[in-house]
Design a protein around this ligand. Structure first.
Ligand SMILES: *[C@@H]1O[C@H](CO)[C@@H](O)[C@H](O)[C@H]1NC(C)=O
Ligand SMILES: *[C@@H]1O[C@H](CO)[C@@H](O)[C@H](O)[C@H]1NC(C)=O
Ligand SMILES: *[C@@H]1O[C@H](CO)[C@@H](O)[C@H](O)[C@H]1NC(C)=O
Ligand SMILES: *[C@@H]1O[C@H](CO)[C@@H](O)[C@H](O)[C@H]1NC(C)=O
Ligand SMILES: *[C@@H]1O[C@H](CO)[C@@H](O)[C@H](O)[C@H]1NC(C)=O
Length: 161
């Protein structure tokens, strides 16, 4: 896929990669920091549980707990699990909030794009000037490109100058 996808996904991929290495073992998701203090066997066992995509999550949770008991890290694991849950709740909340704000941001953007007193350059600047709405703008530009890969304004906004 060309540029449009990168525009949204690169920051996400980067954020994940910061956390998913322990020594030379690579994990598909963020892992607890205390994992690096454990044996290679413990790390490998953790990886096997983590990277099973077909296990029901409730069962996986049980396997992680058993793993934590085996390697005597129940408290640390519980803390990690609590943090992960809080992050997930937070993420869902953020997504819901962003979605609910898209319609309004789209109205603001449309108003600018329909204003024929402005040049393309001025429209670009006016949209960038909607500073509290950078995430909404990114999403809306992504949607515009889904419908029209040649959309001039979303191209202008994604190119850094
Ligand atoms: C993943 O979990 C399922 C369900 O518990 C199990 O049948 C399967 O063997 C596991 N796969 C791996 C690679 O461990
Ligand atoms: C488990 O860890 C605690 C402290 O972290 C230690 O006091 C205890 O001896 C350990 N138990 C085993 C079975 O390794
Ligand atoms: C985290 O969430 C899962 C799924 O909702 C739940 O089963 C688990 O008990 C939670 N863990 C903690 C420590 O609250
Ligand atoms: C949710 O949004 C808040 C406020 O923008 C931010 O601080 C937090 O890191 C976000 N959390 C997630 C998981 O997206
Ligand atoms: C169009 O842009 C001009 C210049 O910024 C502004 O004065 C005018 O109010 C805008 N028109 C509408 C309909 O927003």
């Amino acid at each position: 896929m060309p540029k449009p996808i990168h525009f949204l996904l690169i920051p996400v991929l980067f954020a994940i990669q910061v956390h998913n290495h322990v020594g030379f073992i690579k994990f598909s998701a963020p892992v607890p920091t205390f994992l690096s203090d454990l044996s290679l066997k413990a790390q490998y066992d953790y990886k096997m549980i983590l990277e099973n995509d077909t296990i029901p999550l409730k069962k996986q949770s049980g396997e992680f707990k058993a793993w934590a008991t085996t390697y005597n890290v129940t408290n640390q694991y519980k803390q990690f699990d609590t943090d992960q849950n809080a992050t997930r709740t937070d993420l869902n909340k953020n997504v819901t909030q962003l979605v609910s704000q898209l319609s309004r941001a789209n109205n603001d953007i449309t108003k600018i794009l329909e204003n024929s007193s402005l040049s393309i350059q001025e429209q670009k600047e006016a949209i960038e000037g909607l500073t509290e709405q950078q995430k909404e703008i990114s999403v809306l530009m992504f949607i515009r490109r889904l419908f029209d890969p040649q959309d001039v304004i979303s191209k202008k906004l994604s190119s850094t100058d």
